[in-house]
Design a protein around this ligand. Structure first.
Ligand code: TYC
Length: 107
């Protein structure tokens, strides 16, 4: 007969098996984009498409939100991905002599 018992009673004479999964969900971080007076709108739209995978319409919408409200969410990622994307975008902006700034915010 098949023994389907697990954990403390596994039918193996006192040998304990821990089958519970102690995995933690990774914390998520918003990548925020800040408005400024100098970065061209088309450049911001390009960044939102290239680095955050938004289509042109969504990118335009997010850019306008940031332009009007001062800050907006580009996307939500694990810390490593969020940090990498923010750094890549600010590098790309600096290479193009734009002052575009991004920040991370824990969800
Ligand atoms: N305010 C900029 C302009 O008028 C456009 C802009 C939008 C810049 C969003 C940064 O995160 C930004 N050219």
């Amino acid at each position: 007969m098949t023994d389907k018992r697990q954990n403390s009673d596994n039918g193996d004479n006192g040998v304990l098996l821990e089958t519970r999964q102690k995995t933690k969900k990774p914390s998520l971080y918003r990548v925020l984009m800040l408005n400024d007076d100098y970065t061209p709108m088309e450049f911001v739209v390009l960044v939102l498409q290239r680095f955050f995978g938004h289509n042109h319409e969504m990118a335009q919408q997010i850019m306008l939100h940031v332009h009007q409200r001062g800050v907006g969410v580009c996307g939500v990622y694990s810390y490593e991905v969020a940090e990498t994307k923010a750094a890549q975008v600010m590098d790309f902006a600096r290479q193009n002599e734009h002052p575009l700034q991004l920040q991370l915010e824990k969800e």
